[in-house]
Design a protein around this ligand. Structure first.
Ligand SMILES: [Zn+2]
Length: 138
């Protein structure tokens, strides 16, 4: 059965819930909250602002965000910013709470994209390092 497409309002509510889940994760991890450098405030903020003010489809906005946001493009110019890696891991770990299309844990997701050769050996190692640091390897 085909799933009904979400309305713009549903997307906005979902995104707000996702950003809140992201903030909670950071708040509950004393180790990272000190150096996460406002990522818990800026995470997906561009997307939220576009949803609210850009008069184009949410589908298009999601594409723009995926293409532009650094936490979705970790390997573009051969340097990997560890904060982007952390943001990406938290993004996926908390997505399970609010998005119905992602049921994998961050650890499972990293393994999944690595097995499909979507990420390099280097990024895989960085992801493993961050997963350990955030205690998401259990
Ligand atoms: Zn994002």
């Amino acid at each position: 059965m085909e799933k009904k497409r979400k309305s713009r309002l549903q997307r906005i509510k979902g995104l707000i819930a996702h950003r809140k889940a992201f903030r909670n994760f950071v708040k509950n991890n004393k180790m990272i909250s000190s150096f996460i450098n406002y990522r818990h405030i800026t995470h997906d903020l561009d997307k939220l602002l576009m949803f609210l003010f850009l008069p184009v489809s949410t589908e298009k906005i999601r594409k723009i965000h995926k293409k532009k946001a650094k936490h979705h493009n970790l390997e573009v110019d051969n340097t990997i910013d560890i904060l982007d890696v952390i943001e990406s891991i938290i993004d996926f770990e908390v997505a399970r709470e609010t998005k119905d299309n992602s049921k994998l844990t961050a650890k499972e997701w990293v393994q999944y994209i690595y097995d499909r050769k979507e990420i390099s050996e280097t990024l895989y190692r960085d992801y493993q390092f961050v997963l350990k640091g955030l205690r998401l390897t259990e």
